[in-house]
Design a protein around this ligand. Structure first.
Ligand code: NAP
Length: 534
């Protein structure tokens, strides 16, 4: 093995790399490395503790390296799978690191604690505070780049700055900080620190779990050394890791840069949302330099306010627009009102905001749900055929749709499971309300499901008795996942005309797109993106 046989790790200033972890020897390791490289990885992490087959790792390292490797042997006490003796682990690190993987990842706490490990790894892994990866030891012998890592598998501590400062000052060529995000506020706090520490040391800073996706995608905007992505679904080395295909195709990794504007969907939950898929596809089609990420924020109003406090205090995050969904639409309206911010007449009328936009004039709010619903109706039928509508629900969607239908001259009757809420909304909008139990008796031309009944994962539910559906009725859904809800299936079976929730979904997203980017949304790109995940 000569030093020339390993691929040189990227320099500290190079664009953020994608690192694919290899966690099993189910397929030959070299085959997995080649697949990772073909998929677009620049680095491969060898999780020796998960792979288990040390001989296979050793054999791989003896071959020429098509990519730099990160050598990681994480102990069970550090959240890994190595349950053997620690002295044995140090000896294994030493033996494998001598084969020059490129990077050696060691837990910071273990490094601090074990003089034996410090001494032995220090000889074969670069420990300069300023050196980029793969510095040479005195005498010209190449050393691997040492990554000192800190993990918190349960939370994202506060404050974070001292932890980042300590890792920046610690030895090692690069530092890695990984936390569990409870919601998007933790992810933003980590990105703020990554941004603050930029230039001090090559950093990897990310959050685990669903709420951590923004840190993994935006790592490139904020100049992290690398982000991790799995070769395929099921091969993740940590919760919340996207696949390399998702990262490159859905989140447009290769197009991201420091100039990328950030957009996202704020709600709880948002894992099911198709908004990232279509907004990213729309920006790609028009060459817009933006990234749209899921931002789950805990359901209470205080969490929503706190999330926006972080956004406002940190303009460096570059957040320009937010889609707001369940349960934060009313919270968004109140937040804007408290600031005396601009609120569109439609948002005021329906008491909910589904779009927040940030420009140099500050934040403003709009609601595109109702207008989008009416637009989707007009695209499918002649609205003059619709004189009366029964709207099921009294939440944000029902409010927006009922208000837009009334404005379009349609007589609306609300039916809501909680009757007082339905009656209150009807009074506010100046329309009728009937008891939930009487919904099956409606003779309206149009039936709209604006409840969440039938929405994934409760796809078996329907908010309307199937035997009360009849030919001549038009049935419109707001639920768009699944596309063919139980209600729509029954309605089609009864000979009704149906309009699925995707039509409204695409129309409301298109209006958001225009509010943020000042141009019409590319309808074909939106639809193709949605169809791609059917
Ligand atoms: P929301 O403010 O939380 O209101 C939920 C409504 O659904 C309430 O009226 C609630 O009744 C009712 N509800 C919930 N579960 C029910 C059940 N099992 N049976 C009967 N009623 C039930 O939510 P939202 O923002 O209005 O959203 C409602 C639906 O619209 C969701 O499925 C959402 O995905 C969809 N939506 C779609 C689009 C689109 O673009 N396609 C846009 C916005 C919303 P109570 O008052 O009795 O709790």
């Amino acid at each position: 093995m000569t030093s020339s046989s390993f691929a040189t790790p990227p320099a500290a200033h190079a664009a953020t790399a994608i690192a694919v972890p290899i966690t099993s020897a189910d397929a030959p390791l070299r085959e997995q490395v080649d697949r990772a490289r073909r998929a677009g990885a620049q680095i491969v992490e060898l999780r020796v503790d998960c792979i288990g087959d040390v001989a296979a790792v050793e054999a791989l390292l003896r071959e020429e390296h098509p990519l730099p490797y990160i050598l990681t042997i994480r102990a069970a006490s550090e959240g890994g799978q190595w349950d053997g003796d620690d002295a044995e682990r140090v000896a294994l690190y030493e033996r494998l690191a001598l084969l020059m993987p490129g990077y050696v990842d060691v837990e910071f706490e273990t490094w601090r604690r074990s003089a034996n490990l410090r001494q032995k790894i220090g000889l074969i892994a670069g420990a300069g505070t300023t050196g980029g990866p793969a510095e040479d030891a005195p005498g010209g012998r190449p050393r691997n780049a040492l990554i000192l890592s800190q993990h918190d598998w349960h939370s994202t501590p506060a404050p974070l700055a001292p932890l980042f400062d300590a890792l920046c000052e610690a030895p090692g060529a690069a530092a890695k900080l990984v936390f569990r995000a409870a919601d998007a506020r933790d992810a933003l706090r980590v990105l703020v620190e990554l941004c603050r520490c930029r230039g001090r040391k090559p950093l990897i800073a990310l959050c685990l779990g669903e709420a951590g996706l923004a840190t993994r995608v935006l790592a490139r905007k904020f100049g992290a050394l690398l982000t991790f992505a799995a070769l395929r679904a099921g091969a993740e080395s940590a919760p919340g890791q996207p696949t390399i295909a998702e990262l490159r195709e859905t989140y447009r990794w290769d197009a991201l840069s420091a100039r990328t504007d950030v957009y996202g969907v704020v709600g709880w939950p948002v894992a099911h949302s198709r908004s990232p898929l279509i907004h990213n596809a729309g920006m790609a089609a028009l060459g817009i330099c933006g990234a749209y990420v899921p931002l789950p924020v805990a359901p209470d109003a205080a969490a929503f306010d706190d999330f926006l406090r972080i956004v406002c205090e940190h303009p460096e995050l570059g957040i320009r627009g937010l889609s707001v969904t369940i349960p934060h639409k009313q919270h968004a309206l109140r937040w804007l009102e408290q600031r005396g911010a601009e609120i569109s007449p439609a948002a005021r009328r329906c008491g909910a905001v589904n779009t927040l936009t940030h420009t140099e004039r500050g934040w403003s709010g709009a609601n595109t749900d109702g207008t989008a619903f009416v637009r989707a109706l007009r695209d499918t039928l002649d609205l003059s055929d619709v004189r009366s509508a029964a709207v099921l629900g009294a939440g944000g969607a029902a409010r927006a749709i009922a208000a837009a239908l009334i404005d379009a001259g349609v007589g609306v009757t609300l039916f809501n499971r909680t009757s007082a809420r339905g009656a209150d909304l009807a009074r506010e909008l100046g329309c009728a309300a009937e008891a939930w139990s009487r919904r099956g008796e409606t003779s309206a031309d149009l039936l709209v499901n604006a409840t969440s009944a039938g929405m994934w994962p409760d796809a078996g539910e329907s908010p309307f008795p199937a035997d009360r559906l009849h030919r001549g009725m038009i049935v419109a859904e707001t639920v768009y996942r699944p596309r063919r809800t139980r209600l729509l299936e029954s309605a089609a079976g009864a000979g009704c005309r149906t309009i699925d929730g995707e039509e409204m979904f695409l129309a409301q997203a298109a209006e958001q797109f225009t509010l943020w980017h000042g141009r019409p949304a590319p309808a074909e790109a939106f639809r193709a993106a949605l169809d791609s995940c059917e």
